[in-house]
Design a protein around this ligand. Structure first.
Ligand SMILES: Nc1ncnc2c1ncn2[C@@H]1O[C@H](COP(=O)(O)OP(=O)(O)OP(=O)(O)O)[C@@H](O)[C@H]1O
Length: 603
């Protein structure tokens, strides 16, 4: 495994892409061989046609001497070559496409598996967008490359090589003349691509395109906020500006390459321009006009035939930079450090201990948790309170190993969580997020996320425990209703109760509830509170709470400020002896007394 990572590090660009495509090499090699064969058959047609033309021209004054047998054979071979060309091109393309889809399927699964092993803290808002781009766009680019370019390259190298060899044998002078426009056009293209200004215009074009795509996604996501604040026009202006920036960068690139690309295309197909004068010069010196004319015609024909494979090669070279960037982005994910597990322990007790834990999100960030030590007894309910930004969510995420602390240890039942395999840890700790994500799937499958093997009855029991069963059965298709489809609208509190049902079904001995009542209305809140009370029975529970009311009966309340534990105790002991806590309680009570009367907020 280590060796694989080492060799993976050594390769970049197309070489790395081929490595990623590794398992499909046989199909790809077969596709390349068939592509070369189809190209060879295509070129062979030019030579057989040349044979026919030669036969007819040599005997144009004595038609009776035409070797009909040779002509028929050549015509038959031409048809045969056309057939070989068609069949080989078809099978080669089918194999390359098959390999490409296999490769991108395997690659997407590989990336998804890897994502499962990366600490969850990796997935912030920004990385989510980047990961989405890698899995959809970059992997898709690879499909285009594998399906279309790899086999083309084989043909693009083999066909001109063999053809030119044959042409040199036929007439080396005309062969050299055939090469002149190709070399001139390649030189023009190369100088255009190498020019730093040209390279910069291309980079700008890609950057502005990415910015435009980002703005489009942001604009659509932020549409409700834009509307609420009536910022449609200004938001739209930003969106419009990003499109116009992109258009301008495309224009700049087009202007920069205009003359060069024009010259490139003009020369690339300009064999006749050079062959006609060369032919006129050589013809008078040829041994026989009837012998030379078919050769010249052959060069006319084949010169054009050389164009396509070489153009494919050019297009591959032009695309290879984008492919390299995409492969580098895929590798950035594949090379993310994974959660390291140092043991295979399974704790038999479920108390939680933080021992001198310190953590900061980045090297330059201040510590979100500072030398924190705390204990949650098995089967106890613990409230975690403190000012916003105090580190409450960070503590919960450290217990889930979303991040690794830089110092200290976290233990469950006396076992360091680094010694517990991640798949085991998820069976010990569950987390009800503030904003739980529901998949576009049936209600039943969404609850079953908690336990894939659970029978329908267990799913229903869990929904009952979470106080959501009645809402589910009232949906158009009950438990089979697909969440998010027409007539299957669920309120925020209802969605949260579905998330709680998941945790019921998962039935872990340790549960973290993150401000789960923050958005609920009074009715929802009491239903959620009941659900929590049932869920918490006999479990070690950590409630991250903004409402002191919801945790004032907890066995222990922990007060966290700027990442430090400032106090721990019951509601009563903290109230009696800890100023910050009583201030928080006062503030909470004032907030809970708020009423809105006749449009005025009174305290
Ligand atoms: N992904 C992150 N990257 C960098 N810093 C972060 C990240 N998440 C949180 N922080 C910082 O860590 C500190 C603690 O944040 P945390 O979310 O744990 O506090 P909190 O007490 O849960 O806040 P709140 O009650 O507002 O949810 C804050 O200064 C915050 O800005």
């Amino acid at each position: 495994m280590k060796q694989r990572t080492k060799s993976a590090k050594a390769k970049t660009g197309v070489a790395r892409l081929l490595e990623l495509a590794g398992t499909k090499k046989k199909k790809l090699i077969a596709a390349c061989v068939l592509s070369v064969l189809s190209s060879a058959a295509r070129m062979a047609m030019f030579f057989t046609i040349y044979g026919v033309v030669q036969e007819l021209l040599v005997h144009y004054v004595t038609p009776l001497e035409i070797d009909a047998g040779r002509v028929y054979t050549l015509v038959a071979v031409t048809f045969g070559a056309a057939l070989v060309y068609g069949v080989c091109a078809f099978i080669s393309s089918a194999l390359a496409h098959g390999a490409a889809y296999d490769v991108i399927y395997a690659l997407r699964i590989h990336i998804m598996n890897k994502l499962g092993r990366i600490p969850s803290g990796f997935f912030t808002g920004t990385t989510q967008g980047a990961v989405k781009k890698v899995i959809s766009d970059d992997v898709e680019q690879i499909e285009v490359f594998v399906a279309h370019h790899i086999a083309d390259i084989a043909a693009a190298i083999a066909t001109p090589l063999f053809t030119l060899l044959y042409l040199f044998i036929m007439d080396w002078r005309l062969a050299l003349v055939t090469l002149i426009p190709i070399f001139i056009s390649l030189f023009i293209l190369g100088s255009g691509l190498k020019n730093p200004k040209g390279a910069q215009t291309q980079i700008d074009m890609h950057d502005t395109k990415e910015r435009m795509e980002g703005t489009i996604v942001e604009y659509i996501h932020g549409m409700p906020v834009v509307k609420i604040f009536n910022r449609t026009l200004s938001a739209f202006r930003r969106f419009e500006d990003s499109i116009s920036d992109y258009v301008k960068s495309v224009e700049r690139t087009a202007y920069h390459f205009e003359a060069k690309m024009g010259a490139y295309y003009a020369f690339f197909g300009a064999q006749l321009l050079f062959l006609i004068p060369a032919g006129l010069l050589i013809a008078p010196r040829a041994a026989s006009y009837a012998d030379f004319l078919p050769v010249l015609l052959l060069f006319f024909l084949v010169g054009g035939g050389l164009k396509e494979p070489m153009e494919n090669m050019m297009s591959m070279v032009l695309h290879s930079k984008r492919i390299s960037e995409g492969v580098a982005r895929i590798d950035r994910i594949l090379r993310q450090p994974e959660l390291e597990t140092t043991g295979d322990a399974a704790p038999s007790a479920y108390d939680v201990v933080f021992e001198n834990v310190s953590f900061s999100y980045g090297a330059d960030d201040t510590q979100a948790v500072k030398n924190l030590s705390l204990k949650l007894d098995q089967g106890s309910i613990n409230g975690l309170v403190g000012p916003s930004g105090g580190g409450k969510s960070t503590v919960a995420q450290l217990l889930l190993r979303f991040y690794e602390p830089q110092e200290g240890r976290i233990k469950i039942g006396g076992v360091d969580i680094r010694d517990i395999p991640p798949e085991k840890l998820t069976t010990l700790v569950s987390y009800v997020f503030q904003d739980s994500f529901l998949f576009h799937d049936t209600v039943e499958n969404n609850i079953r996320m908690g336990n894939k093997e659970a029978p329908r009855e267990a799913v229903v029991q869990a929904a009952m425990g979470a106080n959501i069963h009645d809402v589910i059965v009232a949906l158009p298709k009950g438990y089979d209703t697909v969440i998010g489809e027409a007539d299957a609208y669920l309120s925020g509190g209802e969605r949260q109760r579905i998330a709680i049902a998941r945790i019921f079904l998962k039935n872990t001995p340790i549960v973290i509830l993150d401000e789960a009542t923050a958005y609920a209305d009074a009715e929802n809140e009491s239903k959620i509170q009941q659900a929590f009370a049932r869920l918490a029975a006999n479990k070690t529970v950590l409630v991250i709470a903004h409402r002191i009311r919801s945790i004032q009966n907890a066995n222990q309340i922990l007060v966290l400020k700027q990442g430090q534990l400032l106090g721990a105790g019951t509601h009563e002991t903290l109230l009696a002896g800890f100023g910050l806590y009583s201030d928080m309680v006062d503030a909470n009570e004032r907030r809970d007394r708020w009423t809105i009367r006749k449009g005025a907020v009174t305290v």
